[in-house]
Design a protein around this ligand. Sequence first.
Ligand code: ADP
Ligand code: ASP
Ligand code: MG
Length: 439
Amino acid sequence: MLVVKFGGTSVGKPERMKKIAELVLSMPGKKIVVLSALSGTTNALVRIGDHLLAQQHTGAQNEIAELEKHYLQFSKELYSSEAYQAIGQEIVSRYFSLFRLLAAGKFDDRSYRELLAQGELVSTEFFYHHLQERKISSRLLPALHFMTIDENHEPELEKISERLKPILESVNVDILVTQGYICRNQNNEIDNLKRGGSDYTASLIGAAIRAEEIQIWTDIDGMHNNDPRIVKKTMPIAELTFDEASELAYFGAKILHPSTIVPAQKYGVPVRLKNTMDEKAPGTIISDKGSKHQFKAIAAKDGIIAINIKSSRMLLAYGFLRKVFEVFEKHKTSIDMISTSEVAVSVTIDDSTRLTEIVAELGKLGTIEVDKNQTIICIVGNALAEKEAVLQEVFSALGAIKIRMVSFGGSHNNISILVDTTQKDKALNLLNEGLFNLK
Ligand code: ADP
Ligand code: ASP
Ligand code: MG
């Protein structure tokens, strides 16, 4: 069985959605089709939710009306027959009545999450009825029936697998359509897998059913060697190992949700990245195989905070680092990079929710300095650490860029450097020239 996921831009226009139907139809065997919301929808729902939380009802109503216009037009162009035009209008009117109902009630975090989930619910309903209109046999598989997260917001892979098994055994159609991104939490409330989470849904389903392959269809021809939004000349990479792709996703390659690779890797299910706009392009295959000792790609993650703890008590003392780490553990904040000297330790975090409490507690251990607006640049390649003179190449490519921290040797596959975010674009371009000879 295949799991095929189509992102927002791949379903963002009626003609694209029609093209996807063709594409799915041309794929052999059974497949689970995971869809995102139409492009721009989740952003619009976030804006509506923010207005409502801030009690700005007019702002929310205007956004809802604007979005409704877009959906009515979309539906008009998607369906051909009168009967399906009516079905389309009914779908739109049902969802937008719900939005208005949510907007009129007491709007809290729970209603916010319910609102965010509607984008994927409506896109899958649109698509399913489009298949129906074309007499393509398919079934809707509600993600809210099987996709759950635990009290730490971690997906319950075993349970997801147990729930999917009987469903898959009992259906006799080749195309099952489900929602990306959305799930239920431990309180049985509607929740989500964080922004960009449809990739993660596809990988979780792929792992849960031990799929043959997970395909992520998007608007670019695979994983590129650098961020194409920042660097002009980038190139697609034909093959990546799970470890390489995992590091790139975690450290900011937006093409994949940060956790996408984890479930697929656990069960060795290959992940293929493909371009909906150019089906013939080879894309990227991510598996346990891959060449070694080469620079493969660079990614960057913004919003990093560096914390430096300086203490003469650290000198020759054991147990000091444990005390530092315990503070982060207590506040459920994970550390990305770390570097130490005899009297100081620097760590980076990307979640500032508990920063004040963390800094206050660390203050008991030494003098604290906090640098915000930092970026981790991650240079990835299978067994890159073993490549001769690898650091020399990286540093000479970076030239005069001011580096705040370096992490090397922890992973064989990556070299991470921390720079001020103002230096990011320049650093990515210099690395592109120096390591890939692209300019
Ligand atoms: P979708 O809506 O299909 O999930 P996304 O916008 O989330 O698509 O991801 C695709 C985008 O990721 C590309 O259009 C590209 O701009 C961006 N991107 C960032 N880094 C990379 C990279 N290293 N390789 C390919 N695309 C990247
Ligand atoms: N629609 C969600 C988002 O925009 C999930 C996704 O597209 O992957 O974040
Ligand atoms: Mg995405």
